[in-house]
Design a protein. Structure first.
Length: 138
């Protein structure tokens, strides 16, 4: 897909969700190998990537990990894969991988359904600082 770095892992996230924003900030701070790029699901590029992957934006409500030319993951599978790439203590979340995806995703969906109520919502997507701008795809 044009305009997407083929050597980076792309994380599509809900740009107005405070929980998602905090998660992205957490990932950025721990991305020591500069392997991730970020794009809001609500953005034009985010929508193009979803279409390219064949994912209906009605079926996805928070996170997709896209590895260009390889695969994509969403919901709990994306979270687990991201934590493995980050390494460190957070990678311990991979202990949930053996659980059936349907079970993991039901827990994920419960959190996703309540994320605005529990963590709040922004009026618009985050605007990255100049230092972080290179990590976000337009």
């Amino acid at each position: 897909m044009e305009g997407i770095p083929q050597d980076k892992k792309i994380i599509l996230f809900d740009g107005v969700c405070n929980l998602c924003d905090s998660s992205i900030q957490y990932i950025i701070k721990r991305d020591k190998n500069d392997q991730f790029r970020f794009v809001a699901l609500q953005s034009e590029l985010g929508q193009k990537i979803l279409i390219h992957l064949g994912i209906s934006d009605r079926n996805i409500d928070s996170i997709v990990l896209y590895e260009p030319g390889k695969a994509y993951y969403y919901k709990s599978s994306a979270v687990i894969r991201i934590t493995v790439y980050l390494g460190g203590l957070v990678s311990l979340l991979s202990i949930f991988k053996p659980f059936p995806r349907k079970f993991r995703d039901s827990v994920y969906d419960y959190i996703a359904r309540n994320r605005y109520k529990w963590y709040g919502k922004k009026e618009s997507c985050m605007i990255p600082t100049p230092e972080l701008k290179a990590k976000f795809l337009a």
